[in-house]
Design a protein around this ligand. Structure first.
Ligand code: SF4
Length: 311
């Protein structure tokens, strides 16, 4: 591994690295880089997103989705966007302490805060560090509105907290479910819980009085974009109680594109030509793509929503 940018803060490194911990047992294969972050609340640049502030206690994500939008953030740290992103997890161990200070009534407006906008707040590392839980305890105590986007059923661990928070402020817990197809799921999101377990989690949270939603994302051309596939996800989640349903087609920005196309070349070489045509000069697909060779995507009934990661 190359020299990490946070190793030498006095020479312009990014963070103070306090400890590097190899994962054991259920975390075998992962390395946790425990750091002291300077701040934890991030202001979201741009105005089209439905929130202005985000918190990401982890960087990197062992859910290891092949299309992950956040991969290039690892490059910035001097790590690679492939295996390093999936296994070298940066943990902001002082996140709870920071959120308590940064949302103190004297300095904070009480604006809604989103979690899950960059990496998954309930990825496996959360089972060990419980930073998301600690952050949500502070936000709940302060009755600060928040939203969560995740792919993990570990969120059910905190169902008591969500129910309590929802009694006093605006709270939404959304699951990202791109497909119910078990083959497509396993090959594109190898570290995530089965999508049907996520649908069940929506049902359990809804029954507990927590507002829930689903983000059908990413809809992957040639693999999960048939209208009946999208409709199946929407129907299952609506039946489970999801109050909001959004969808996003796969987008491939620089840094993600190289990783995804490398994977596609090995797993589905028959789709390479189609993708080269579809994404030739663009990152986002148009709303009504035409002329697909393998599958013709119709606009799903779910509402399209622009650029969010896939949680
Ligand atoms: S898409 Fe979300 S869940 Fe998947 S690896 Fe990226 S951050 Fe993790």
């Amino acid at each position: 591994m190359s020299e990490l940018r946070w190793n030498a803060p006095s020479d312009g490194g990014l963070f103070e690295l306090t400890r590097r911990v190899p994962g054991r047992g259920q975390y075998r294969g992962l390395v946790f880089h425990e750091i002291e972050a300077k701040t934890i609340l991030n202001r979201v640049p741009g105005t089209f997103l439905p929130f202005d502030w985000t918190i990401n206690p982890y960087r990197g994500c062992s859910h290891a989705c092949v299309y992950c939008f956040a991969r290039p953030t690892h490059e910035y740290l001097g790590l690679d966007t492939g295996v390093d992103f999936d296994t070298q997890i940066v943990v902001k161990i002082n996140a709870v302490e920071l959120i308590r200070a940064e949302t103190s009534p004297a300095r904070w407006s009480g604006a809604p805060i989103a979690m899950g906008t960059n990496t998954d707040p309930y990825q496996p590392a959360e089972g060990r560090y419980r930073l998301t839980r600690g952050i949500l305890e502070v936000l709940t105590e302060r009755r600060n509105p928040f939203s969560i986007l995740t792919k993990s059923t570990l969120a059910l661990r905190d169902i008591d907290l969500f129910a309590e928070a929802a009694r006093h402020s605006e709270v939404t817990v959304s699951f990202s479910i791109g497909t119910l197809d078990p083959v497509v799921w396993k090959e594109t999101e190898p570290g995530t819980p089965h999508p049907l377990r996520r649908v069940e989690a929506i049902a359990r949270l809804s029954e507990a009085g927590v507002p829930t939603g689903v983000l059908i994302a990413p809809i992957i051309p040639g693999l999960s974009d048939r209208p009946e596939q999208v409709a199946e996800v929407e129907a299952a989640c609506r039946e489970a109680g999801a109050g909001s349903v959004y969808s996003i087609p796969l987008h491939l920005r620089a840094g993600v594109r190289e990783h995804f196309m490398g994977w596609l070349n090995g797993a589905h070489p028959e789709l390479i030509e189609t993708y080269e045509e579809l994404y030739r000069d663009r990152v986002y697909l148009p709303r009504h793509p035409r002329g697909r060779s393998r599958s013709r995507q119709q606009e799903p009934r779910a509402t399209s929503q622009p650029a969010l990661p896939f949680g």
